[in-house]
Design a protein. Structure first.
Length: 283
């Protein structure tokens, strides 16, 4: 087909085997769309398309992805608000006839349905990182790293130390929107599969906690999707994680905070000595 249908915040280009969605950049464009940039959605990843009335003189053209076809939606698990749905194209109501034409052209090409056996839409590219309330999360394509913040991390996380998780050691990712209560990103570890109950997010060293301004959707959700795709693609092979050298000022700050915990009686003499030696070894 090759035609382009432009709406608010995005434009869809219809190709013979896919729909290329290009998201606009601008103040009014949802930040998640800006983060995504553009996405190529194979027709095999879609099972339907609808056109419905929108708000304030608009219509909404929506492509319906197959379950399991898009790692972004798998990670979101139904938590995205309509305004941040990357499969919705909002258009002025006067373009409803044109939108219906494209929907009619597209429907006969959507021959697949039901759950997809693999991801068909690419996850956002890495490396990725974001700042959570209690630490910084980074993903280099091979492993996820959590570096705790001395102002936000719980004592349990400080005792556990900064964490690195190879993709092969994970079974999944649990994302809870920062726009909801107790938002967080939890890595599901293979060695704890089936263990219940789950440790509270603020006590779990495999979890970073969100908060006001921390772990926003446009940063933490693409991060979760990238990890999920890597897990599906590379989880069969363990990848060694190499620890890099740390900033001496950062180490000094952490030792100072550790000393405060020790003086407050929250860390034992043995724990203080062991953790201090571990931090010094990173210099």
């Amino acid at each position: 087909m090759g035609d382009v249908l432009a709406g608010f915040h995005a434009a869809w280009e219809f190709e013979s085997d896919s729909v290329l969605i290009r998201y606009e950049r601008g103040i009014r464009t949802p930040k998640l769309f800006q983060s995504l940039g553009e996405r190529r959605v194979p027709l095999a990843a879609l099972q339907g398309v609808t056109l419905t009335p929108g708000k304030r003189g608009t219509v909404v053209l929506r492509a319906e992805p197959r379950p399991g076809a898009d790692p972004l939606l798998e990670a979101a698990a139904g938590q995205l608000k309509d305004g941040s749905d990357p499969y919705r194209l909002v258009l002025p109501a006067e373009r409803a006839t044109l939108a219906e034409y494209y929907a009619d052209e597209l429907r006969p090409l959507l021959t697949a349905s039901g759950p997809a056996e693999r991801f068909l839409v690419a996850a956002p590219e890495g490396p990725r990182q974001f700042k959570a309330y209690d630490g910084k999360a980074t993903f280099d394509g091979r492993a996820v790293h959590f570096r705790w913040s001395w102002t936000g991390a719980s004592t349990a996380k400080w005792k556990a130390g900064d964490q690195s998780f190879a993709v092969a050691d994970l079974t999944g990712v649990e994302w809870r929107s920062p726009e909801a209560f107790e938002g967080h990103l939890r890595l599901l570890r293979r060695d704890l599969a089936g263990a219940t109950p789950a440790v509270p997010a603020d006590q779990d060293p495999a979890t970073v906690v969100f908060g006001l301004g921390y772990g926003p959707v446009h940063e933490s959700l693409p991060f979760a999707a990238a990890v999920l795709e890597a897990l599906r693609a590379k989880g069969a092979a363990a990848v060694p994680v190499q620890a890099g050298r740390r900033d001496p000022a950062d180490i000094a700050e952490r030792i100072r905070h550790l000393g405060e915990l020790h003086q407050a009686g929250l860390v034992t003499d043995e724990e203080f000595a062991a953790k201090k030696a571990e931090l010094l070894a990173e210099l």
